[in-house]
Design a binder for this molecule. Structure first.
Ligand code: MSP
Length: 628
């Protein structure tokens, strides 16, 4: 039987700017879908590539002292290297300067011309070179490009128009009949209302841009760069070439993943071209949101460009992938900050996942000779944990079908957190000291099997971590396939291979300072007067992982609950402090300590003998009471 196919594409990026967090984002998301469906045994074709023609490209090359071809060749290598570093598993890499692409564009153009969809005229209007987009006067924003805000140029030249206006009706009908065609729904509505305003024919060739594909029937024209670029999705499959087998196998695309900035090209112009060619439309145009910094556009000129290579150098590839996939739901805009990245890294990756593997392998090393033990009798709680991975697999499947990788990861993290709780509750160290060997073996087995399943669940998202977990679980031949979640189990007796810690802690400079401050704040009397002190009741307390000094407290402040990280673990056991009233600095700037946000600071006194005492009201008052 023929396997299901899945064809996913990214936009082909302009090669005049190096890969940045935005293009990395789209590519990582597409890669995750490609990996996910491969894991599920689909026949996947994942395409990315570069948009190498156009006025902007030619100008940039000239400014930098290269010929356009030299320049695009050099830039292509940078993209290829970056994608390799991030582990992008594209099946093809299309470049619009390749002969295989240029030939298809010319054939498409010829066909459209012969069928009467292109006609000669004159274009008079404005053009934004950075966006490579035509605008009419009324579309401009105070005389500038409505998309990027930069100045536009006046153009008046002979052109071949594409009869876009003819497709308004059929497009509307199609979109109405195919709710899945544009996703998310807000974007679909945007497209519908744009079409309803009426579509004008669009200029499809240029005479003043030489760096482009010559129009076969009138070579003083070159094909407009967007028209050229969109065709990549079928030229890469060999449409109208000698070998159309890939086109026949994979077209129509299942997902064109794009940013919201290029929605109209993909949900209006491209489908109209396809309709004119009489070939089916892609199943879904999936438009994601934009990453911003402090609410603004990410741009080089603002000096706030985030360097993906730097993030990879500090945190690793999987951390970058995880942050991009988890921090925002696909479709929404996302705010990037170093703090948010650091927090995700420490709380989700180091504390939840990294710790889980480390704890499990440590107990197995200690109590079962570093081997997978033979379980005896499974209890409900063991079955529940193992079964949970199957429920989660189902939910991940649904989340991915609904284009929501953030949600999928959320579900996977439920299992990870459950497993951490399970260790605490089962306390294998207690089972070892009480000599309950059978139970100990069963608990350790349950944890190892859960980790095996987790490695499959995460593998499309965090591919390197999935491999690392399997290696540490002792697999020589990696076993990653969706069906294996429930169809096999970890072999008894397999030698485990405890090695490096996943996601080792990364200390940020600010964090060090905060930690020092937290222990011994130095403030003047004027500053002290500004301090808002309140009474709080400790609701829960636990040690911060891998720290001898820090306790994580959940506190009640009357109208709100907060968490604080306090450097008192050497003096108070968590259970000693729960239920106590303490004094906290209420209006302290929240700070991140060991990956946890500390939303205040507790007051304590320390003497020269090294004794420490927490300040506490002399008799009980309501939580939240002000200290004055
Ligand atoms: N060459 C065209 C696309 C042609 S596709 C037939 C183009 N290239 S681009 O280099 O400007 O890439 C635009 C895409 O980069 C966006 O659609 C999006 O996928 C990605 N992003 C660029 N900046 C981004 C953010 N700040 N945030 C998220 N994605 C961003 O347009």
């Amino acid at each position: 039987m023929l396997r299901n196919k899945f064809y996913i594409t990214t936009p082909i990026y302009y090669s005049n700017s190096e890969p940045h967090i935005g293009t990395v984002y789209t590519t990582v998301v597409a890669d995750t879908f490609a990996r996910f469906y491969r894991l599920k045994d689909y026949d996947v074709f994942f395409l990315t590539g570069l948009d190498e023609h156009g006025q902007k490209l030619a100008r940039t090359a000239q400014e930098k002292g290269y010929s356009p071809q030299e320049y695009v060749d050099m830039m292509a290598q940078k993209f290829i290297d970056t994608w390799k570093k991030i582990g992008i598993t594209n099946d093809d890499f299309i470049r619009t300067t390749q002969k295989r692409h240029e030939e298809v564009v010319q054939k498409v153009f010829q066909k459209l011309y012969e069928e009467g969809y292109l006609y000669k005229g004159t274009y008079a209007g404005w053009y934004c070179t950075p966006c490579e987009t035509f605008f009419q006067k009324e579309e401009l924003n105070e005389g500038n490009c409505p998309q990027c805000g930069r100045p536009v140029e006046w153009l008046e030249e002979e052109t071949y128009y594409f009869k876009l206006s003819e497709f308004a009706e059929p497009l509307l009908k199609y979109i109405e009949e195919h709710p899945e065609f544009v996703y998310p729904e807000s974007r679909r509505n945007e497209v519908i209302s744009f079409i309803k305003k009426g579509l004008k024919d669009i200029s499809a060739t240029r005479t003043t841009v030489k760096w482009g594909i010559p129009v076969p029937f009138d070579p003083k024209h070159t094909v407009y760069v967007w028209f050229d670029a969109l065709v990549n999705y079928i030229s890469a499959l060999g449409y109208l070439s000698n070998d159309q087998s890939k086109f026949e196998r994979y077209w129509p695309a299942d997902v064109h993943l794009i940013g919201k900035d290029i929605l109209r090209f993909h949900a209006i112009i491209w489908p109209a071209i396809l309709m004119a060619l009489r070939i089916p439309l892609p199943k879904t145009v999936l438009a994601h949101g934009f990453w911003t910094i402090k609410g603004g556009k990410i741009s080089k000129s603002k000096g706030n460009r985030i360097d993906p290579h730097e993030l990879i150098g500090t945190y690793g590839v999987d951390a970058l992938r995880y942050f991009l996939l988890r921090e925002v739901s696909l479709g929404l805009d996302g705010e990037y900050s170093d703090e948010a990245f650091h927090r995700r890294y420490h709380s989700d990756l180091a504390n939840d996942l990294g710790n889980l593997l480390n704890r499990v392998l440590t107990v197995a090393e200690k109590y079962t000779e570093g081997k997978v033990p033979e379980p005896k009798e499974f209890r409900d709680e063991d079955n529940l944990l193992i079964k949970k991975t199957e429920e989660v697999a189902q939910k991940v499947d649904e989340a991915m079908a609904n284009f929501n990788p953030a949600n999928a990861l959320g579900h996977i993290w439920e299992v990870i957190q459950e497993a951490n709780k399970y260790i605490d509750q089962q306390a294998p160290w207690n089972l070892a000291s009480s000599g309950d060997k059978d139970r100990l073996n069963t608990v350790i087995y349950t944890l190892l099997e859960t980790l095996r399943r987790i490695s499959i669940l995460i593998s499309a998202f965090l591919p390197n971590t999935a491999l690392e977990i399997q290696r540490q679980l002792g697999y020589k031949d990696i076993q990653l396939a969706w069906d294996l979640i429930k169809d096999v189990s970890i072999p008894i007796g397999q030698k485990l291979n405890k090695e490096k810690i996943l996601f080792p802690r990364v200390e940020r400079k600010e964090e060090k300072e905060v930690e020092e401050k937290n222990e011994e704040p130095k403030i003047s009397i004027e500053e002290f007067k500004k301090v808002d002190l309140r009474v709080a009741k400790v609701i829960s307390a636990r040690k911060v992982e891998n720290s001898d000094k820090l306790l994580l407290l959940e506190i009640d402040l009357g109208e709100e609950k907060r968490q604080i990280v306090a450097g008192i673990a050497e003096f108070y056991k968590p259970e000693e402090i729960v239920g106590r009233e303490i004094i906290v600095v209420y209006n302290l700037q929240p700070a991140k300590i060991r990956g946890y946000e500390s939303q205040g600071m507790l007051l304590a006194a320390k003497d020269s003998k090294g004794r420490l005492a927490i300040l506490t009201p002399e008799k009980e008052v309501d939580p939240g009471s002000k200290v004055s």
